[in-house]
Write a protein that binds this ligand. Structure first.
Ligand code: 5GP
Ligand code: ZN
Length: 144
């Protein structure tokens, strides 16, 4: 157990309510330090949130060298193995503050795998840009 002082459940925090069981969630894993459950609005077929039991608003509030984030990564890797996506691949990320896309201010990591529209557009954009550069290269060589 990773012990911390002053981290009582926060009123009006959805993730504190999920951790305490006040709000239901589709849990996939829990231990003394974290709870992992399926995202209510999944961005992909597999979208899990790994949430510390203690109320810590953002990654910026975790003390340097604290083992918590490492433990969250260990839990994410275990979940990925259990769900059979460890080898095929998944994304593990933490949104930090408003411009970093954070909406719920109780620290959490996302574990996302499978087809999702955002990744599709990023890959299509990169492929189109490579093709476009190749075409430009062909034309400029033709001119010379
Ligand atoms: P953030 O943008 O803060 O990194 O991510 C918050 C995530 O929490 C979003 O992906 C959102 O869909 C998810 N979420 C918000 N409210 C609930 C809820 O009540 N239950 C569950 N399971 N997920 C939620
Ligand atoms: Zn909280």
């Amino acid at each position: 157990m990773i012990l911390r002082e002053g981290t009582l459940p926060m009123a009006d925090c959805i993730f504190c309510d999920i951790v305490s069981g006040k709000i239901p969630a589709r849990k996939v894993f829990e231990d003394d330090d974290v709870v992992a459950f399926r995202d209510a609005n999944p961005a992909a077929p597999i979208h899990i949130l790994v949430v510390p039991r203690t109320h810590i608003p953002t990654l910026n509030d975790v003390p340097e060298g604290d083992p918590l984030v490492c433990h969250m990564a260990d839990v994410a890797r275990k979940i990925a193995r259990d769900l059979g996506i460890a080898e095929s691949g998944y994304r593990f990320f933490i949104n930090v503050n408003r411009e970093g896309g954070q909406v719920i201010f109780h620290l959490h990591a996302h574990v996302v795998a499978g087809y999702d529209v955002g990744t599709f557009f990023i890959h299509t954009g990169i492929a189109a840009s490579i093709l476009w550069r190749k075409l430009l290269g062909l034309f400029s060589r033709g001119e010379g």
